[in-house]
Write a protein that binds this ligand. Structure first.
Ligand code: UDP
Length: 484
């Protein structure tokens, strides 16, 4: 039997899950382990540039393909990932497709040589709880969230405090070390599901999560010490904060191809950034899943323009891209701002941009990957949460860490329901919050200083001897012990 533990990683098919899991694979492979990543074809294709680079650098990583049951699950052709689901009416089918993966997934595991010693899986692949029992191996879950969110969710699940309240009635989340105020409208899908009824599947996922051997978290102890402690009280000691995972990409080329092929030429982008003053550029990107309506997206663009700072605006994700394109052309927007801005259509090399010294602030939807990537780059943030657990991340960024301002989003915009909400954030508000973050007054300076300090702490956590580095070694050693 090999003395190296063999980890098999299988992410949920969504960029916010498979991108950090690929980083995790690299970090594990650097610790004298064998790593297999199981990817579905579309994800493997998007990740090819980064997986090729990792493998050719000599890391012991192999990729296995698992075909995605698109047609069997009643999904339209080409729909293999969360960002390719055409509308929420197909969400249930997508979750069903995940369940259909059990048999082929187990066959892949069965044929592996050497045998797997530990599986790390996206939490949503609930069937893997049975798989782990069958193969008698530890199963560690990953769902891309921080400890603060997991602790809040646990309390909400136990207390159900929101159930008797109106959707805008504020309440305090019970039993937490801090006074955390929320409304029902701001809660993640488990507690605020919108029209799509997937209660049963959600419950299976939750039970599967509870049964897991442990959980890996893309965060670091120094960022949220109280909540790491609280989560360990809930889950026991097998909670490993091993982030920020994106910091394993030191090379510009690795940063540029992380997640997909960029829609802009990375050298042009870097040359442009090199010409800007230090800490002057606003980077605005609302993640990989958002489907803002054209009027709301246009308002964001106009807010960036109004702010007078140079900016990079990522417009991927509009739910009607042709309308946005027409607006840009008719209003000569790109021409008008070209002396001070870049407009990115499609995939942006986010980590490459964020780590450039010319970037001064990040306008983000508070997806946890984006948030921790902003934190790792020492940047203050302008927060525009949209859905999922993003309102909780906003509280962490603005209230707990003091490194961001809110654009004033009031509640979850359910994916697919965007048209109903209209324009909720004005260009004036966007520009005002940018002004506050970039301001030369004491508040602005203090916020930027805090953000820089957190950035340094993040880097220390992942370096040799840092808290996340040691946690990763502890995790590997724990699995190694089981080999004997
Ligand atoms: N991302 C990127 N380029 C883009 C959009 C997103 O590199 O144009 C990456 C981003 O760096 C992050 C991930 O995609 O790692 C998005 O995850 P997050 O949790 O922030 O949000 P989600 O997309 O899941 O809403």
């Amino acid at each position: 039997m090999s003395s190296k533990p063999h980890f098999v990683l299988t992410p949920l098919m969504s960029p916010g899950h498979y991108i950090p899991m690929m980083d995790m694979a690299k970090l594990l492979a650097e610790q004298n382990t064998l790593v297999t990543i199981i990817l579905t074809p579309l994800v493997a294709q998007r990740m090819k540039p980064i997986t090729d680079r990792a493998i050719s650098s000599g890391l012991p990583i192999q990729i296995l393909l698992l075909s995605f049951p698109t047609l069997e699950a009643g999904l339209p052709d080409g729909c293999e990932t969360v960002d390719t689901i055409p509308s929420m009416s197909f969400y249930k089918n997508f979750l069903h497709a995940l369940e259909l993966l059990q048999h082929p997934y187990e066959q892949l595991l069965q044929n592996l040589n050497p045998k797997p010693n530990c599986i790390i899986v996206g939490k949503q692949l609930a069937f893997s709880a049975q798989t782990a029992d069958k193969f008698n191996i530890p199963r560690i879950v990953f769902d891309g969230m921080n400890c603060f969110t997991l602790v809040c969710s646990h309390s909400l699940h136990l207390s159900k405090i929101f159930e008797t309240l109106g959707e805008d009635d504020p309440f305090i989340v019970p039993g937490l070390p801090d006074k955390i105020q929320l409304t029902h409208r701001q809660l993640p899908g488990d507690f605020n599901p919108g029209q799509v009824d997937v209660k049963e599947i959600r419950e299976r996922i939750r039970e599967g999560e509870e049964k897991a051997y442990g959980v890996v978290i893309n965060s670091f102890k120094e960022l949220e010490p109280k909540y790491v402690k609280e989560l360990k009280k809930i889950r026991g000691d097998n909670v490993w904060c091993i982030g920020p995972l994106s910091l394993c990409n030191n090379d510009d080329r690795d940063k540029a191809v992380r997640g997909n092929v960029s829609s802009i030429n990375e050298n042009q982008c870097l040359n442009w950034l090199d010409k800007q003053k230090p800490s002057s550029v606003i980077y605005a990107c609302l993640g990989s899943l958002n489907r803002l309506t054209p009027p709301q997206l246009i308002e964001l663009g106009l807010g960036l323009d109004l702010s007078t700072h140079p900016f990079i605006w990522v417009i991927r994700g509009a739910n009607k891209p042709e309308e946005i394109e027409n607006w840009i052309k008719e209003n000569k927007f790109e021409e008008r701002v070209k002396h001070k801005a870049i407009v990115v259509r499609g995939w942006s090399p986010q980590v490459l941009i964020l780590s450039h010294p010319a970037v001064g602030a990040f306008l983000t939807h508070c997806g946890w990957n984006s948030s921790i990537e902003g934190i790792s780059s020492g940047l203050p943030m302008i927060c525009w949460p949209l859905f999922g657990e993003q309102f909780l991340n906003e509280i962490l960024i603005v209230d707990a860490l003091g490194i961001g301002f809110r654009v004033g989003a009031k509640g979850v915009t359910h994916i697919g329901d965007e048209e109903k909400y209209g324009v909720t954030v004005s260009r004036e508000r966007v520009s005002e919050e940018i002004r506050k973050v970039m301001n030369e007054d004491e508040d602005g300076k203090e916020m930027r200083k805090k953000a820089r300090e957190l950035g340094k702490m993040a880097k220390m956590a992942i370096e040799k001897g840092g808290s996340s580095y040691l946690n990763l070694i502890m995790l590997v050693n724990q699995i190694k012990k089981m080999l004997n």
